[in-house]
Design a protein around this ligand. Structure first.
Ligand code: 1PR
Length: 594
Protein backbone atom coordinates (compact mmCIF):
# COMPACT_ATOMS: atom_id res chain seq x y z
CA UNK A 1 0.00 0.00 0.00
CA UNK A 2 1.22 3.43 -0.76
CA UNK A 3 -1.13 5.67 1.12
CA UNK A 4 -4.74 6.38 1.37
CA UNK A 5 -7.44 5.04 -0.87
CA UNK A 6 -11.04 5.73 -1.21
CA UNK A 7 -12.07 6.33 2.29
CA UNK A 8 -14.84 8.70 1.72
CA UNK A 9 -16.60 9.59 -1.40
CA UNK A 10 -17.35 12.99 -0.02
CA UNK A 11 -13.69 13.91 -0.22
CA UNK A 12 -13.31 13.26 -3.87
CA UNK A 13 -13.99 15.80 -6.55
CA UNK A 14 -15.10 12.63 -7.96
CA UNK A 15 -15.52 10.69 -10.91
CA UNK A 16 -19.01 9.74 -11.88
CA UNK A 17 -19.46 6.28 -13.23
CA UNK A 18 -18.75 6.50 -16.93
CA UNK A 19 -19.94 4.33 -19.81
CA UNK A 20 -16.95 3.29 -21.87
CA UNK A 21 -17.49 4.20 -25.48
CA UNK A 22 -15.94 2.58 -28.49
CA UNK A 23 -12.99 4.74 -29.00
CA UNK A 24 -9.52 5.02 -27.74
CA UNK A 25 -6.24 3.63 -27.79
CA UNK A 26 -3.88 4.69 -30.48
CA UNK A 27 -1.65 1.76 -30.07
CA UNK A 28 0.59 2.80 -32.87
CA UNK A 29 0.38 6.52 -32.39
CA UNK A 30 3.62 6.81 -30.59
CA UNK A 31 6.71 4.83 -31.14
CA UNK A 32 7.86 6.03 -27.80
CA UNK A 33 5.57 3.61 -26.08
CA UNK A 34 5.91 -0.05 -26.61
CA UNK A 35 3.47 -1.89 -24.48
CA UNK A 36 4.61 -4.82 -22.54
CA UNK A 37 3.13 -8.17 -23.33
CA UNK A 38 1.81 -8.88 -19.94
CA UNK A 39 -1.40 -10.87 -19.71
CA UNK A 40 -4.57 -8.87 -19.81
CA UNK A 41 -3.31 -5.59 -18.51
CA UNK A 42 -5.63 -2.77 -19.22
CA UNK A 43 -3.95 -1.03 -22.10
CA UNK A 44 -3.41 -4.23 -24.02
CA UNK A 45 -6.97 -5.27 -23.58
CA UNK A 46 -8.48 -2.08 -24.89
CA UNK A 47 -5.94 -1.66 -27.63
CA UNK A 48 -7.10 -4.95 -29.03
CA UNK A 49 -10.73 -4.15 -28.58
CA UNK A 50 -11.06 -0.64 -29.88
CA UNK A 51 -9.83 1.20 -32.94
CA UNK A 52 -8.03 4.44 -32.52
CA UNK A 53 -10.13 7.59 -32.63
CA UNK A 54 -9.66 9.89 -35.56
CA UNK A 55 -11.39 12.90 -34.20
CA UNK A 56 -10.32 13.07 -30.64
CA UNK A 57 -9.92 16.77 -30.16
CA UNK A 58 -7.63 17.97 -27.49
CA UNK A 59 -8.84 21.24 -26.11
CA UNK A 60 -6.27 23.51 -24.67
CA UNK A 61 -7.32 24.30 -21.14
CA UNK A 62 -5.02 27.22 -20.51
CA UNK A 63 -1.37 27.55 -19.77
CA UNK A 64 -1.68 27.83 -16.07
CA UNK A 65 -4.01 24.92 -15.47
CA UNK A 66 -3.00 21.50 -14.28
CA UNK A 67 -5.39 18.60 -14.53
CA UNK A 68 -5.36 16.49 -11.40
CA UNK A 69 -6.52 12.91 -11.21
CA UNK A 70 -7.66 12.61 -7.59
CA UNK A 71 -9.75 9.57 -6.88
CA UNK A 72 -10.54 10.70 -3.38
CA UNK A 73 -7.93 9.12 -1.23
CA UNK A 74 -5.35 10.16 1.29
CA UNK A 75 -3.61 13.44 1.30
CA UNK A 76 -3.88 14.87 -2.19
CA UNK A 77 -4.26 18.26 -0.54
CA UNK A 78 -0.45 18.49 -0.40
CA UNK A 79 -0.15 18.01 -4.14
CA UNK A 80 -2.86 20.60 -4.68
CA UNK A 81 -1.14 23.03 -2.36
CA UNK A 82 2.21 22.54 -4.09
CA UNK A 83 0.65 23.11 -7.53
CA UNK A 84 -1.08 26.26 -6.35
CA UNK A 85 2.06 27.43 -4.60
CA UNK A 86 3.80 27.22 -7.97
CA UNK A 87 1.19 29.45 -9.56
CA UNK A 88 -1.10 26.95 -11.28
CA UNK A 89 -4.84 26.41 -11.07
CA UNK A 90 -6.23 22.93 -10.79
CA UNK A 91 -8.85 21.26 -12.90
CA UNK A 92 -10.11 18.05 -11.35
CA UNK A 93 -10.76 15.05 -13.52
CA UNK A 94 -14.47 14.30 -13.50
CA UNK A 95 -14.70 12.13 -16.60
CA UNK A 96 -12.26 10.22 -18.79
CA UNK A 97 -12.59 13.02 -21.35
CA UNK A 98 -11.01 15.38 -18.86
CA UNK A 99 -7.91 13.22 -18.98
CA UNK A 100 -7.83 13.24 -22.76
CA UNK A 101 -8.27 17.00 -22.86
CA UNK A 102 -5.58 17.77 -20.30
CA UNK A 103 -2.61 19.91 -21.22
CA UNK A 104 -0.67 18.45 -18.36
CA UNK A 105 -1.84 15.76 -16.02
CA UNK A 106 -0.68 14.92 -12.52
CA UNK A 107 -1.68 11.60 -11.03
CA UNK A 108 -0.80 11.40 -7.34
CA UNK A 109 -1.82 7.79 -6.92
CA UNK A 110 -2.60 6.90 -3.36
CA UNK A 111 -3.94 3.79 -1.69
CA UNK A 112 -3.68 0.16 -2.54
CA UNK A 113 -2.81 -0.92 -6.07
CA UNK A 114 -5.85 -3.16 -6.55
CA UNK A 115 -8.31 -0.61 -5.23
CA UNK A 116 -6.85 2.10 -7.45
CA UNK A 117 -6.99 -0.10 -10.57
CA UNK A 118 -10.52 -1.01 -9.70
CA UNK A 119 -11.60 2.62 -9.59
CA UNK A 120 -9.70 3.45 -12.78
CA UNK A 121 -11.28 0.53 -14.61
CA UNK A 122 -14.81 1.08 -13.37
CA UNK A 123 -14.76 4.74 -14.30
CA UNK A 124 -13.18 4.36 -17.70
CA UNK A 125 -10.09 6.17 -16.49
CA UNK A 126 -7.59 3.39 -17.18
CA UNK A 127 -8.31 3.47 -20.86
CA UNK A 128 -8.11 7.26 -21.01
CA UNK A 129 -4.84 7.25 -19.09
CA UNK A 130 -3.29 4.77 -21.51
CA UNK A 131 -4.37 6.87 -24.45
CA UNK A 132 -3.07 10.04 -22.91
CA UNK A 133 0.29 8.51 -22.06
CA UNK A 134 0.68 6.78 -25.37
CA UNK A 135 0.21 10.10 -27.08
CA UNK A 136 3.22 11.35 -25.13
CA UNK A 137 1.18 14.04 -23.41
CA UNK A 138 2.75 15.70 -20.35
CA UNK A 139 2.18 13.36 -17.42
CA UNK A 140 3.52 13.10 -13.91
CA UNK A 141 2.65 10.07 -11.82
CA UNK A 142 3.50 10.13 -8.13
CA UNK A 143 4.08 7.09 -5.91
CA UNK A 144 1.26 4.67 -6.77
CA UNK A 145 0.92 6.81 -9.90
CA UNK A 146 4.25 5.29 -10.95
CA UNK A 147 3.49 1.74 -9.88
CA UNK A 148 0.22 1.60 -11.80
CA UNK A 149 2.11 2.08 -15.06
CA UNK A 150 3.68 -1.37 -14.61
CA UNK A 151 2.30 -4.71 -15.67
CA UNK A 152 1.17 -5.89 -12.29
CA UNK A 153 1.64 -5.69 -8.55
CA UNK A 154 1.99 -8.31 -5.86
CA UNK A 155 0.12 -6.07 -3.43
CA UNK A 156 -2.86 -8.21 -2.43
CA UNK A 157 -2.39 -9.76 -5.82
CA UNK A 158 -1.13 -10.34 -8.39
CA UNK A 159 -3.22 -7.52 -9.79
CA UNK A 160 -2.87 -6.23 -13.33
CA UNK A 161 -1.74 -2.67 -13.86
CA UNK A 162 -1.85 -0.45 -16.93
CA UNK A 163 0.92 -2.50 -18.52
CA UNK A 164 2.83 0.39 -20.07
CA UNK A 165 6.13 -0.49 -18.44
CA UNK A 166 7.47 -4.05 -18.21
CA UNK A 167 7.84 -5.28 -14.66
CA UNK A 168 6.06 -6.44 -11.54
CA UNK A 169 5.74 -4.30 -8.44
CA UNK A 170 6.77 -6.30 -5.36
CA UNK A 171 7.17 -5.78 -1.63
CA UNK A 172 10.41 -4.77 0.06
CA UNK A 173 12.03 -7.60 1.94
CA UNK A 174 12.31 -6.78 5.65
CA UNK A 175 14.25 -9.95 6.44
CA UNK A 176 17.54 -8.29 5.48
CA UNK A 177 17.33 -5.77 8.30
CA UNK A 178 15.72 -2.98 6.30
CA UNK A 179 12.61 -1.62 7.94
CA UNK A 180 9.42 -1.73 5.92
CA UNK A 181 7.69 0.60 5.06
CA UNK A 182 10.58 2.52 3.52
CA UNK A 183 9.86 5.88 5.13
CA UNK A 184 12.09 8.90 4.92
CA UNK A 185 14.55 10.92 2.91
CA UNK A 186 16.74 8.91 0.59
CA UNK A 187 19.23 9.57 -2.20
CA UNK A 188 18.70 9.05 -5.93
CA UNK A 189 21.09 7.64 -8.47
CA UNK A 190 20.26 9.52 -11.66
CA UNK A 191 20.52 7.24 -14.68
CA UNK A 192 19.53 9.43 -17.59
CA UNK A 193 18.78 13.04 -18.24
CA UNK A 194 15.27 13.29 -16.96
CA UNK A 195 14.91 17.08 -17.04
CA UNK A 196 12.57 17.28 -14.09
CA UNK A 197 15.31 15.97 -11.79
CA UNK A 198 17.89 18.47 -12.99
CA UNK A 199 17.93 20.56 -9.82
CA UNK A 200 18.27 17.70 -7.38
CA UNK A 201 22.03 17.52 -7.28
CA UNK A 202 23.02 15.24 -4.47
CA UNK A 203 20.05 15.84 -2.22
CA UNK A 204 17.47 13.65 -0.54
CA UNK A 205 13.83 13.21 -1.53
CA UNK A 206 10.99 11.82 0.59
CA UNK A 207 9.74 8.27 0.13
CA UNK A 208 6.95 6.42 1.90
CA UNK A 209 6.03 3.01 0.52
CA UNK A 210 6.22 -0.73 1.09
CA UNK A 211 6.13 -1.82 -2.57
CA UNK A 212 8.58 -1.01 -5.33
CA UNK A 213 9.34 -1.74 -8.99
CA UNK A 214 12.72 -3.15 -9.92
CA UNK A 215 14.95 -2.11 -12.81
CA UNK A 216 15.52 -4.76 -15.48
CA UNK A 217 16.72 -5.09 -19.05
CA UNK A 218 13.11 -4.97 -20.18
CA UNK A 219 12.40 -1.57 -18.61
CA UNK A 220 15.82 0.04 -18.71
CA UNK A 221 14.77 2.54 -21.38
CA UNK A 222 12.27 3.94 -18.91
CA UNK A 223 14.36 4.18 -15.78
CA UNK A 224 15.61 7.70 -15.09
CA UNK A 225 16.75 7.14 -11.50
CA UNK A 226 17.04 4.43 -8.90
CA UNK A 227 17.26 4.47 -5.14
CA UNK A 228 18.96 1.99 -2.86
CA UNK A 229 17.15 0.50 0.09
CA UNK A 230 18.68 -2.93 0.51
CA UNK A 231 18.14 -3.28 -3.23
CA UNK A 232 18.25 -0.81 -6.09
CA UNK A 233 14.64 -0.06 -6.97
CA UNK A 234 13.10 2.31 -9.50
CA UNK A 235 12.81 5.84 -8.12
CA UNK A 236 11.65 7.49 -11.33
CA UNK A 237 10.83 6.79 -14.97
CA UNK A 238 10.73 9.03 -17.96
CA UNK A 239 9.93 8.74 -21.63
CA UNK A 240 9.36 11.83 -23.67
CA UNK A 241 6.86 13.95 -21.79
CA UNK A 242 5.83 11.15 -19.50
CA UNK A 243 7.36 11.14 -16.02
CA UNK A 244 6.61 9.22 -12.86
CA UNK A 245 8.31 9.22 -9.50
CA UNK A 246 8.13 6.79 -6.60
CA UNK A 247 8.97 9.50 -4.07
CA UNK A 248 6.78 12.46 -3.11
CA UNK A 249 7.95 15.76 -4.63
CA UNK A 250 5.14 17.56 -2.83
CA UNK A 251 6.65 16.39 0.46
CA UNK A 252 10.31 16.85 -0.46
CA UNK A 253 10.73 20.48 0.53
CA UNK A 254 12.46 22.83 -1.89
CA UNK A 255 13.95 20.00 -3.90
CA UNK A 256 10.52 18.54 -4.48
CA UNK A 257 9.04 21.88 -5.44
CA UNK A 258 11.80 22.32 -8.02
CA UNK A 259 10.88 18.94 -9.53
CA UNK A 260 7.25 19.98 -9.82
CA UNK A 261 8.29 23.35 -11.19
CA UNK A 262 10.34 21.71 -13.92
CA UNK A 263 7.41 19.52 -14.88
CA UNK A 264 5.01 22.45 -14.93
CA UNK A 265 7.36 24.81 -16.78
CA UNK A 266 9.21 22.42 -19.11
CA UNK A 267 10.43 25.12 -21.45
CA UNK A 268 11.45 27.47 -18.74
CA UNK A 269 15.04 28.52 -18.71
CA UNK A 270 15.01 28.89 -14.95
CA UNK A 271 17.84 26.89 -13.56
CA UNK A 272 18.47 26.49 -9.94
CA UNK A 273 22.07 25.66 -9.49
CA UNK A 274 22.02 22.26 -7.83
CA UNK A 275 23.02 22.58 -4.26
CA UNK A 276 25.58 19.83 -4.00
CA UNK A 277 24.32 17.86 -1.04
CA UNK A 278 25.85 14.69 0.25
CA UNK A 279 22.93 12.34 0.00
CA UNK A 280 24.00 8.72 -0.28
CA UNK A 281 21.42 6.68 1.64
CA UNK A 282 18.34 6.85 3.85
CA UNK A 283 18.85 9.80 6.20
CA UNK A 284 18.03 9.81 9.88
CA UNK A 285 15.09 12.15 10.39
CA UNK A 286 14.77 15.04 12.84
CA UNK A 287 11.14 15.76 13.69
CA UNK A 288 9.67 18.81 15.38
CA UNK A 289 6.68 18.03 17.56
CA UNK A 290 3.93 20.43 18.54
CA UNK A 291 1.73 19.38 21.43
CA UNK A 292 -1.43 21.39 20.84
CA UNK A 293 -4.42 22.10 23.05
CA UNK A 294 -6.90 24.80 23.87
CA UNK A 295 -5.86 26.95 26.82
CA UNK A 296 -8.20 28.30 29.47
CA UNK A 297 -9.00 31.34 27.29
CA UNK A 298 -10.11 29.09 24.47
CA UNK A 299 -7.09 29.68 22.18
CA UNK A 300 -5.39 26.81 20.47
CA UNK A 301 -1.76 26.94 21.58
CA UNK A 302 1.41 24.92 21.36
CA UNK A 303 2.16 23.75 24.84
CA UNK A 304 4.81 21.56 26.38
CA UNK A 305 4.81 19.43 29.45
CA UNK A 306 7.28 18.33 32.05
CA UNK A 307 6.59 14.64 32.32
CA UNK A 308 3.25 15.42 30.65
CA UNK A 309 2.24 18.18 33.08
CA UNK A 310 1.54 21.16 30.82
CA UNK A 311 0.41 23.64 33.49
CA UNK A 312 2.61 26.43 34.79
CA UNK A 313 3.37 26.02 38.46
CA UNK A 314 2.05 29.48 39.31
CA UNK A 315 -1.00 30.69 41.20
CA UNK A 316 -2.97 30.89 37.94
CA UNK A 317 -1.92 27.38 37.02
CA UNK A 318 -2.43 28.15 33.36
CA UNK A 319 -1.59 26.00 30.37
CA UNK A 320 1.98 26.72 29.22
CA UNK A 321 1.80 28.69 25.99
CA UNK A 322 4.80 28.37 23.67
CA UNK A 323 3.37 29.81 20.50
CA UNK A 324 0.95 29.45 17.63
CA UNK A 325 0.81 26.10 15.86
CA UNK A 326 0.75 27.26 12.23
CA UNK A 327 3.55 29.79 12.71
CA UNK A 328 5.78 27.40 14.59
CA UNK A 329 5.25 24.62 12.05
CA UNK A 330 6.18 27.05 9.24
CA UNK A 331 9.29 28.10 11.13
CA UNK A 332 10.42 24.50 11.68
CA UNK A 333 9.89 23.74 8.00
CA UNK A 334 12.19 26.64 7.11
CA UNK A 335 14.69 25.48 9.70
CA UNK A 336 14.94 22.08 8.02
CA UNK A 337 12.60 19.81 10.00
CA UNK A 338 12.17 16.53 8.14
CA UNK A 339 8.63 16.18 9.41
CA UNK A 340 6.26 18.07 11.64
CA UNK A 341 4.01 16.29 14.13
CA UNK A 342 0.95 17.78 15.80
CA UNK A 343 -0.43 16.02 18.85
CA UNK A 344 -3.86 17.16 19.94
CA UNK A 345 -3.13 16.26 23.53
CA UNK A 346 -6.64 16.66 24.87
CA UNK A 347 -8.09 14.66 21.99
CA UNK A 348 -8.87 11.84 24.39
CA UNK A 349 -11.61 13.95 25.95
CA UNK A 350 -12.40 16.58 23.27
CA UNK A 351 -13.69 15.00 20.12
CA UNK A 352 -11.38 16.16 17.30
CA UNK A 353 -14.11 16.68 14.73
CA UNK A 354 -15.69 19.07 17.18
CA UNK A 355 -12.27 20.62 17.52
CA UNK A 356 -12.32 22.38 14.19
CA UNK A 357 -9.37 24.68 14.97
CA UNK A 358 -7.12 21.62 14.83
CA UNK A 359 -8.35 20.81 11.33
CA UNK A 360 -7.82 24.45 10.38
CA UNK A 361 -4.29 24.29 11.71
CA UNK A 362 -3.60 21.37 9.42
CA UNK A 363 -5.18 23.08 6.43
CA UNK A 364 -3.21 26.29 6.88
CA UNK A 365 0.03 24.52 7.68
CA UNK A 366 -0.14 22.31 4.62
CA UNK A 367 -0.38 25.38 2.38
CA UNK A 368 3.21 26.30 3.05
CA UNK A 369 4.87 23.32 4.66
CA UNK A 370 6.07 20.78 2.10
CA UNK A 371 7.34 18.04 4.36
CA UNK A 372 5.21 15.27 5.87
CA UNK A 373 2.70 16.21 8.54
CA UNK A 374 1.53 13.78 11.21
CA UNK A 375 -1.43 14.45 13.45
CA UNK A 376 -2.58 12.55 16.51
CA UNK A 377 -5.04 12.79 19.35
CA UNK A 378 -8.57 11.51 19.71
CA UNK A 379 -8.57 8.97 16.92
CA UNK A 380 -11.28 6.56 18.06
CA UNK A 381 -14.97 5.84 17.59
CA UNK A 382 -17.16 8.50 19.13
CA UNK A 383 -20.84 9.24 19.66
CA UNK A 384 -21.66 12.92 20.09
CA UNK A 385 -24.30 14.52 22.30
CA UNK A 386 -26.88 14.22 19.48
CA UNK A 387 -26.32 10.49 19.19
CA UNK A 388 -24.41 10.77 15.93
CA UNK A 389 -21.81 8.02 15.74
CA UNK A 390 -18.43 8.69 14.14
CA UNK A 391 -16.01 5.90 13.38
CA UNK A 392 -12.30 6.28 13.94
CA UNK A 393 -11.96 5.92 10.18
CA UNK A 394 -14.09 9.03 9.69
CA UNK A 395 -11.97 10.94 12.17
CA UNK A 396 -8.77 9.84 10.40
CA UNK A 397 -10.24 10.64 6.99
CA UNK A 398 -11.00 14.16 8.12
CA UNK A 399 -7.43 14.58 9.30
CA UNK A 400 -6.10 13.24 5.97
CA UNK A 401 -8.39 15.51 4.01
CA UNK A 402 -7.19 18.46 6.02
CA UNK A 403 -3.56 17.86 5.11
CA UNK A 404 -2.19 15.06 7.30
CA UNK A 405 0.07 12.49 5.69
CA UNK A 406 0.08 10.21 8.71
CA UNK A 407 -2.19 9.90 11.69
CA UNK A 408 -1.01 8.85 15.11
CA UNK A 409 -3.08 6.71 17.46
CA UNK A 410 -2.36 6.63 21.19
CA UNK A 411 -4.92 5.34 23.68
CA UNK A 412 -7.05 3.42 21.22
CA UNK A 413 -4.05 1.42 20.02
CA UNK A 414 -3.38 0.34 23.62
CA UNK A 415 -6.91 -1.04 23.97
CA UNK A 416 -6.62 -2.78 20.59
CA UNK A 417 -3.30 -4.39 21.53
CA UNK A 418 -4.62 -5.54 24.91
CA UNK A 419 -7.60 -7.16 23.22
CA UNK A 420 -5.43 -8.80 20.59
CA UNK A 421 -3.00 -10.20 23.17
CA UNK A 422 -5.90 -11.48 25.29
CA UNK A 423 -7.77 -13.22 22.47
CA UNK A 424 -5.08 -13.85 19.86
CA UNK A 425 -7.64 -12.74 17.28
CA UNK A 426 -7.33 -9.86 14.87
CA UNK A 427 -10.89 -8.66 14.63
CA UNK A 428 -10.13 -6.12 11.92
CA UNK A 429 -12.37 -3.73 13.80
CA UNK A 430 -9.90 -1.67 15.81
CA UNK A 431 -9.14 1.86 14.63
CA UNK A 432 -5.59 0.78 13.92
CA UNK A 433 -6.61 -2.13 11.71
CA UNK A 434 -9.33 -0.23 9.89
CA UNK A 435 -7.27 2.84 9.13
CA UNK A 436 -4.19 0.92 8.04
CA UNK A 437 -6.32 -1.33 5.84
CA UNK A 438 -7.86 1.63 4.08
CA UNK A 439 -4.98 4.09 4.09
CA UNK A 440 -1.98 1.76 4.16
CA UNK A 441 0.17 1.00 7.18
CA UNK A 442 2.70 3.68 6.26
CA UNK A 443 0.01 6.24 7.09
CA UNK A 444 -0.56 4.92 10.62
CA UNK A 445 1.76 5.75 13.51
CA UNK A 446 1.20 4.37 16.98
CA UNK A 447 2.22 6.78 19.72
CA UNK A 448 3.30 5.01 22.91
CA UNK A 449 3.34 6.82 26.27
CA UNK A 450 5.19 4.51 28.65
CA UNK A 451 6.37 5.14 32.19
CA UNK A 452 9.28 3.34 33.84
CA UNK A 453 8.39 0.90 36.64
CA UNK A 454 11.54 -0.06 38.53
CA UNK A 455 12.18 -3.66 39.53
CA UNK A 456 14.67 -5.46 41.70
CA UNK A 457 14.08 -8.65 39.80
CA UNK A 458 13.08 -8.83 36.11
CA UNK A 459 10.98 -11.91 36.83
CA UNK A 460 8.67 -9.96 39.11
CA UNK A 461 6.47 -9.03 36.14
CA UNK A 462 5.01 -10.80 33.16
CA UNK A 463 6.21 -7.98 30.88
CA UNK A 464 9.55 -7.61 29.19
CA UNK A 465 11.99 -5.89 31.55
CA UNK A 466 15.36 -4.36 30.71
CA UNK A 467 18.54 -4.10 32.67
CA UNK A 468 19.03 -0.38 33.15
CA UNK A 469 22.14 1.51 32.17
CA UNK A 470 21.53 3.76 35.19
CA UNK A 471 19.95 2.13 38.20
CA UNK A 472 16.68 3.35 39.70
CA UNK A 473 16.17 5.63 42.75
CA UNK A 474 16.46 2.73 45.17
CA UNK A 475 19.24 0.95 43.38
CA UNK A 476 16.88 -1.09 41.19
CA UNK A 477 18.73 -2.58 38.24
CA UNK A 478 15.70 -3.34 36.10
CA UNK A 479 12.56 -1.67 34.82
CA UNK A 480 9.59 -2.47 32.68
CA UNK A 481 7.85 0.22 30.69
CA UNK A 482 4.17 0.44 31.51
CA UNK A 483 1.91 1.83 28.77
CA UNK A 484 -0.52 4.57 29.66
CA UNK A 485 -3.63 6.07 28.07
CA UNK A 486 -5.37 9.45 28.22
CA UNK A 487 -2.20 11.50 28.13
CA UNK A 488 -0.39 9.47 30.78
CA UNK A 489 -3.25 9.65 33.26
CA UNK A 490 -3.97 5.92 33.44
CA UNK A 491 -1.51 3.03 33.53
CA UNK A 492 -2.53 -0.13 31.69
CA UNK A 493 -1.60 -3.77 32.14
CA UNK A 494 0.65 -3.92 29.10
CA UNK A 495 4.32 -3.13 28.52
CA UNK A 496 5.79 -0.99 25.74
CA UNK A 497 7.57 -4.04 24.31
CA UNK A 498 4.37 -6.12 24.16
CA UNK A 499 2.43 -3.18 22.76
CA UNK A 500 4.97 -2.44 20.05
CA UNK A 501 5.01 -6.01 18.79
CA UNK A 502 1.23 -6.27 18.88
CA UNK A 503 0.60 -3.04 17.00
CA UNK A 504 3.12 -3.98 14.34
CA UNK A 505 1.07 -7.14 13.76
CA UNK A 506 -2.15 -5.15 13.74
CA UNK A 507 -0.92 -2.88 10.96
CA UNK A 508 1.04 0.05 12.43
CA UNK A 509 3.60 1.42 9.99
CA UNK A 510 5.69 3.34 12.48
CA UNK A 511 6.08 3.81 16.24
CA UNK A 512 6.39 7.17 17.99
CA UNK A 513 8.08 6.19 21.23
CA UNK A 514 7.68 8.73 24.01
CA UNK A 515 8.82 8.29 27.60
CA UNK A 516 6.94 10.07 30.37
CA UNK A 517 9.95 10.02 32.72
CA UNK A 518 12.13 11.84 30.17
CA UNK A 519 9.54 14.19 28.66
CA UNK A 520 10.61 17.81 28.97
CA UNK A 521 13.61 16.96 31.16
CA UNK A 522 16.29 17.78 28.57
CA UNK A 523 18.55 15.02 29.91
CA UNK A 524 18.58 12.84 26.83
CA UNK A 525 16.45 10.10 25.30
CA UNK A 526 15.76 6.88 27.18
CA UNK A 527 18.29 4.77 25.32
CA UNK A 528 17.36 1.55 27.15
CA UNK A 529 13.73 1.89 26.09
CA UNK A 530 14.47 2.94 22.52
CA UNK A 531 16.92 0.10 22.02
CA UNK A 532 14.43 -2.39 23.46
CA UNK A 533 11.67 -1.32 21.09
CA UNK A 534 13.68 -0.61 17.94
CA UNK A 535 15.29 -4.06 18.21
CA UNK A 536 11.90 -5.70 18.71
CA UNK A 537 10.07 -4.47 15.60
CA UNK A 538 10.83 -4.17 11.92
CA UNK A 539 8.87 -0.97 11.34
CA UNK A 540 10.55 2.43 11.81
CA UNK A 541 10.76 3.78 15.36
CA UNK A 542 10.79 7.50 16.19
CA UNK A 543 12.67 8.22 19.41
CA UNK A 544 10.96 10.91 21.48
CA UNK A 545 11.20 12.68 24.85
CA UNK A 546 14.16 14.16 26.64
CA UNK A 547 16.28 15.89 23.98
CA UNK A 548 18.20 18.75 25.55
CA UNK A 549 21.36 19.06 23.48
CA UNK A 550 22.70 18.15 20.07
CA UNK A 551 24.69 15.27 21.59
CA UNK A 552 21.48 13.58 22.61
CA UNK A 553 20.53 13.16 18.97
CA UNK A 554 23.85 11.60 17.95
CA UNK A 555 23.69 9.35 21.01
CA UNK A 556 20.27 7.98 20.14
CA UNK A 557 21.28 7.26 16.54
CA UNK A 558 24.60 5.69 17.50
CA UNK A 559 23.27 3.51 20.31
CA UNK A 560 19.92 2.41 18.87
CA UNK A 561 18.46 1.71 15.47
CA UNK A 562 15.83 4.46 15.71
CA UNK A 563 14.96 5.89 12.30
CA UNK A 564 14.10 9.35 13.55
CA UNK A 565 14.38 11.53 16.62
CA UNK A 566 11.65 13.89 17.72
CA UNK A 567 11.92 16.87 20.02
CA UNK A 568 9.72 19.67 21.21
CA UNK A 569 10.82 21.81 24.16
CA UNK A 570 14.33 22.65 22.98
CA UNK A 571 12.98 23.88 19.65
CA UNK A 572 10.04 25.82 21.11
CA UNK A 573 12.24 27.52 23.69
CA UNK A 574 14.88 28.14 21.02
CA UNK A 575 17.52 26.52 23.16
CA UNK A 576 18.93 24.48 20.30
CA UNK A 577 18.11 25.41 16.70
CA UNK A 578 17.04 22.58 14.47
CA UNK A 579 19.84 23.43 12.07
CA UNK A 580 22.46 22.93 14.75
CA UNK A 581 21.09 19.45 15.38
CA UNK A 582 21.45 18.59 11.69
CA UNK A 583 24.93 20.08 11.44
CA UNK A 584 26.04 18.22 14.54
CA UNK A 585 24.72 14.91 13.25
CA UNK A 586 26.39 15.45 9.92
CA UNK A 587 29.71 16.21 11.61
CA UNK A 588 29.35 12.99 13.59
CA UNK A 589 29.03 11.05 10.34
CA UNK A 590 25.29 10.41 10.65
CA UNK A 591 23.54 11.02 7.34
CA UNK A 592 20.83 13.68 7.56
CA UNK A 593 19.02 15.83 5.06
CA UNK A 594 20.69 19.22 5.00
O1 1PR B 1 -4.48 8.99 23.14
O2 1PR B 1 -4.88 8.85 20.71
O3 1PR B 1 -5.83 10.72 22.03
O4 1PR B 1 -3.42 10.58 21.58
C1 1PR B 1 -2.99 11.59 22.42
C2 1PR B 1 -1.60 11.98 22.02
O5 1PR B 1 -1.23 13.12 22.77
C3 1PR B 1 -0.57 10.91 22.27
O6 1PR B 1 0.32 10.85 21.19
C4 1PR B 1 0.17 11.40 23.51
O7 1PR B 1 1.54 11.09 23.43
C5 1PR B 1 -0.03 12.89 23.43
N1 1PR B 1 -0.14 13.52 24.77
C6 1PR B 1 -1.19 13.42 25.58
N2 1PR B 1 -0.96 14.17 26.68
C7 1PR B 1 0.24 14.72 26.55
C8 1PR B 1 0.90 15.62 27.49
O8 1PR B 1 2.05 16.02 27.32
N3 1PR B 1 0.21 15.96 28.57
N4 1PR B 1 1.95 14.66 24.85
C9 1PR B 1 0.76 14.31 25.33
C10 1PR B 1 2.87 13.83 24.61
C11 1PR B 1 5.08 13.80 24.28
C12 1PR B 1 5.71 14.21 23.06
C13 1PR B 1 6.67 15.32 23.35
C14 1PR B 1 7.98 14.63 23.48
C15 1PR B 1 9.16 15.49 23.27
N5 1PR B 1 3.96 14.61 24.54
O9 1PR B 1 4.82 14.55 22.12
O10 1PR B 1 6.56 16.21 22.33
O11 1PR B 1 8.06 14.02 24.76
O12 1PR B 1 9.22 16.46 24.24
P1 1PR B 1 10.60 17.07 24.69
O13 1PR B 1 11.49 17.11 23.50
O14 1PR B 1 10.28 18.45 25.16
O15 1PR B 1 11.14 16.20 25.80
P2 1PR B 1 -4.72 9.74 21.89
Amino acid sequence: MEAAPFASSSSAPFLPSYPVTARSLTSSSSLLFRRSNFGRSYCNYYAAKFKSPRNLSIRASGDSVVTLLDYGAGNVRSVRNAIRYLGFDIKDVQTPEDILKADRLIFPGVGAFAAAMDVLNKRGMAEALCTYIEKDRPFLGICLGLQLLFESSEENGPVNGLGLIPGVVGRFDSSNGYRVPHIGWNALQIKTDSEILDDIGNRHVYFVHSYRAMPSDANKEWVSSTCNYGVDFIASVRRGNVHAVQFHPEKSGDVGLSILRRFLYPKSTITTKPNEGKASKLAKRVIACLDVRTNDKGDLVVTKGDQYDVREHTKENEVRNLGKPVELAGQYYKDGADEVTFLNITGFRDFPLGDLPMLQVLRYTSENVFVPLTVGGGIRDFTDANGRHYTSLEVASEYFRSGADKISIGSDAVYAAEEYLRTGVKTGKSSLEQISRVYGNQAVVVSIDPRRVYLKNPNDVEFKAVRLTKSGPNGEEYAWYQCTVNGGREGRPIGAYELAKAVEELGAGEILLNCIDCDGQGKGFDIDLIKLISDAVSIPVIASSGAGATDHFSEVFMKTSASAALAAGIFHRKEVPLRSVKEHLSKEGIEVRI
